[in-house]
Structure formats: structure tokens, C-alpha cells
Design a protein around this ligand. Structure first.
Ligand code: FE2
Length: 320
């Protein structure tokens, strides 16, 4: 396998022919979170997830209602948004759903064609295609409804070279929570996102977990654990028989056992993965870390055990 192919597989990308795709997507443009206190949430994603605060908009920059922080790690971009005054849509959304994902924004080559195709197939269009511009150029945007109150914003940024979107200001990393010995960045990209129709604490359907690609799951888990991120436990017996089905991986079995990292193999290769516990007091969304070595698996085999473990975590997180 060539170096280029390995890189593609590690980033979770699957080669395909755009010209035959009625709804081509270049990738996940960003994941947008609505939270109660964006400054503190952004600081936490910077310190615990090793992300860099690259851009900002808020009252200081003429965006009156909300403070919004862009956090990046490789190609993974999160927007963490919280209201800056009472009575905003963000505040209503957080009251209804807690700190959660509101938007899986997709990078598309042709917003208008994508909206036409989606509308023909019965999608609900929340925002018609429109241009937004500033001194850095023009972005074309539209939005489709997804499950519940979540949405897919469609973004064509091919005519734009600003720090993020029009109205945003570049923000050389203002949070410095990471110890100096930690990896430069932990994640390469968003691997996949999974929705759930029955998220109890979220209050309706929404995004259940976001998987992030890491090149070194051992280093990343150690660094995140040191910064206070908790991971789901795996029964010790899992490791007694692991090599029977999965075979050798680049990580010694004893290290997988120590860190409770899962391993799966399909006909294409293997992957290593681990799930965080929900990262909010009101559990809504959690994260998966994936180190891919050829496998295109998305975890179907582990889903039952995973959902049971999450349900136990959610039952544990009660208000007294
Ligand atoms: Fe997953």
C-alpha cells in the first residue's frame, strides 16, 4: 500500500467518483455545539482535546448575541457557541437539549445542486442557498433539517480565504492548557458521526457521538486522561481472547488492556478505538477515538455493548 493510500485510510476517507454522486460532499466542514458557557467549553476542548482556538466572533467583533469559538485539530473543526445575552435561540436550544451538537456542517462543491437534490428527495430546507461575504471573499451557504433540532449547514468555501467564515476574526491560540510534553495535536479529522433517535437526556433525537481520527491512540488516551477526560471501561475478559479474533496490532496487548482500548478487524485491516464517557453533566454527546489501519468498520459489532455501557453512565449521572 502506498503512503498516500495509508494516509487516506487513516483519515477515514473512501475514494469515490464525485461526477456520479448526486450529493457530493468534500468532508465535514465543522461540528457546531451549543453550550451554556462557550468560553469555558472552548477552554476545555483546547486543554483536554488538544485543539487550537483559531477564530472567534462575539460582541467585541460586532456579533451581538453570542460568543463563538472555532477550535481545530488537523481537519477537525468544532464551533462552540454560547449566548452573550438572555433570550437568544442558542439559550432556548441549550435549555431544551443541554450542551450538545446542533449542526454537522458539510463542505460541498455545489450548494445549489445539493439543495435541489435533497429537496427533490423530500428533505426540509431550513435556509435557501445564499451568499455571505466579507473582505476575504464569499461563502455560499444553505441548511437542511436533520434529526430533531439538528441540522446540516452546506458550505461552499471555494471563493473564500478568511480565517473561517465571514465575520469571524483570526484568534491565535488564546488557550494554553496543554502541558508542554503533550503531542502537537491529537486528531487528524472527524471520522464519522452517529445520531440517535432516542437520546433521553438530550430531550429528543440528536447527535450521539462524534468519532475523531488519531494517529496514535495510546499517546492521545494518555494525554486526554491526564487532562481529565474519562473513558468507558471494558471488561477485563475482553482482552483474554482479543488476539484470537483480531490478531496482532501495532500496540501490545498489555497496553490495550491497561488503557481499555478496543480492537476490531475486518477484511480490509484493523482499527483501534475507545469511547469517552459523555463529556457533559447532562449527558448528551460523547466521543470516539479511532486509529485506523485499513479497516473501514464503524463499530456495528460493538454497538450493543457500547449502548449498554452508555446507558449505565447516563443512569449514574443523576441530580441529587
Ligand atoms: Fe462510532
Amino acid at each position: 500500500m502506498s503512503g498516500t493510500l495509508v494516509q487516506d485510510v487513516l483519515a477515514g476517507a473512501v475514494a469515490h467518483d464525485d461526477s456520479r454522486d448526486p450529493f457530493p460532499v468534500r468532508g465535514i466542514d465543522h461540528v457546531r455545539f451549543h453550550v451554556g458557557n462557550a468560553r469555558q467549553a472552548a477552554h476545555w476542548y483546547a486543554s483536554a482535546f488538544g485543539m487550537c482556538n483559531a477564530a472567534y466572533r462575539g460582541p467585541e467583533t460586532g456579533h451581538r448575541d453570542a460568543c463563538e469559538y472555532l477550535l481545530v485539530s488537523g481537519a477537525a473543526s468544532f464551533v462552540v457557541a454560547g449566548e452573550a445575552r438572555p433570550g437568544t435561540e442558542i439559550g432556548r436550544h441549550v435549555a431544551a437539549h443541554g450542551d450538545c451538537v446542533v449542526d454537522l456542517a458539510l463542505d460541498v462543491p455545489d450548494v445549489d445542486a445539493a439543495i435541489r437534490h435533497a429537496r427533490d428527495r423530500g428533505a426540509t430546507v431550513l435556509e435557501e442557498p445564499h451568499d455571505v461575504s466579507d473582505e476575504h471573499g464569499t461563502v455560499r451557504l444553505a441548511a437542511l433539517a436533520a434529526h430533531g433540532d439538528t441540522r446540516h449547514t452546506l458550505v461552499d468555501r471555494s471563493r473564500y480565504d478568511g480565517p473561517f467564515l465571514p465575520g469571524w476574526t483570526a484568534m491565535p491560540n488564546r488557550f494554553h492548557g496543554k502541558p508542554a510534553h503533550h503531542p502537537q495535536h491529537y486528531f487528524e479529522a472527524v471520522d464519522h458521526c452517529v445520531g440517535n433517535l432516542v437520546l433521553g437526556r438530550h430531550g429528543g433525537p440528536g447527535v450521539q457521538h462524534i468519532a475523531l481520527v488519531t494517529r496514535d491512540i495510546v499517546r492521545t488516551v494518555r494525554a486526554m486522561t491526564e487532562m481529565g477526560v474519562e473513558f468507558l471501561d471494558t471488561p477485563d475478559g475482553y482482552y483474554d481472547t482479543l488476539t484470537d479474533g483480531v490478531g496482532e496490532t501495532r500496540v501490545p496487548l498489555e497496553t490495550l488492556r491497561e488503557l481499555r482500548i478496543l480492537a476490531d478487524r475486518d477484511e480490509h485491516g484493523y482499527l483501534l478505538r475507545i469511547f469517552t464517557k459523555p463529556v457533559q453533566d447532562r449527558p448528551t454527546v460523547f466521543f470516539e477515538l479511532v486509529e485506523r489501519h485499513g479497516s473501514l468498520d464503524f463499530g456495528e459489532k460493538n454497538l450493543k455493548a457500547l449502548f449498554d455501557a452508555i446507558a449505565r453512565e447516563q443512569a449514574r449521572a443523576r441530580w441529587w
